[in-house]
Design a protein around this ligand. Structure first.
Ligand SMILES: C[S@@+](CC[C@H](N)C(=O)[O-])C[C@H]1O[C@@H](n2cnc3c(N)ncnc32)[C@H](O)[C@@H]1O
Length: 200
């Protein structure tokens, strides 16, 4: 997939990075002098694969899900399937979910790296991050799966079926998959394209 630094009209990389840093600062993260400039240079060159991820970085949503109170009291291991920047696993840890029971998985490093650059917590996070192009987990490894805003970025039907089969295969009996995805209000008003959806 093509890398992108394209934001919706009126949005620019430097402003969006600044806004994300401000949101993350609310969690106690501090930045050295010139850090914003360094990130602007890095991501101007590398691109941001999902500009929307940067625009919501530092704004976790897992704790606003109606199932979240049950998650905190559930035993066993939790997989964040398509974790992106990792905002949601950091929220779980802040809320007391045992970090040794969490795995944050994505098929590439791009959004995870953005999260590590924003939170500056690479050392603390490295043991719970897993990146692999193929689904690397075995049967019954997890009691709970959280997966948010992943389905709408899958443009290929076989990839979607593989994604679901992966989730099903790793859940223990009684396991729960919960999360959210984007959609459109009008049925049939969009079709999948590579990397997302477009309106008809
Ligand atoms: C829009 S982001 C959402 C990230 C995060 N879950 C959140 O809510 O902020 C979608 C993420 O899903 C990942 N992804 C796409 N297809 C995937 C798949 N088949 N398995 C795992 N992750 C996938 C992408 O790499 C990207 O990081």
């Amino acid at each position: 997939m093509e890398r992108s630094v394209r934001f919706m009209p009126g949005k620019e990389l430097p402003d969006e990075l600044r806004a994300a840093m401000e949101r993350v600062k609310a969690y106690g993260v501090t930045y050295p002098e010139g850090y914003h400039r360094i990130l602007v240079g890095k991501y101007s060159e590398e691109g941001v694969r999902y500009p929307h991820i940067l625009m919501i970085a530092g704004n976790p949503r897992i704790h606003r899900h109606f199932f979240y109170p049950h998650v905190l009291s559930r035993a066993g291991r939790l997989l964040d399937y398509g974790c992106g920047t990792g905002d949601n696993v950091r929220q779980l840890i802040r809320d007391g979910f045992p970090r040794t029971h969490i795995i944050a998985f994505d098929i590439n490093w791009e959004s995870i790296s953005l999260g590590l650059d924003l939170y500056r917590d690479g050392e603390e996070m490295q043991d719970l991050l897993v990146v692999s192009e193929t689904f690397p987990f075995g049967p019954g490894e997890f009691n709970t799966i959280y997966s948010a805003s992943v389905i709408h970025v899958i443009g290929d039907e076989q990839e979607f079926l593989d994604y679901l089969a992966g989730a099903y295969s790793v859940l223990r009996p009684g396991g729960i998959l919960f999360g959210s995805t984007l959609g459109l209000a009008r049925e049939g008003s969009c079709i999948p394209i590579h990397g997302g959806l477009r309106e008809l």
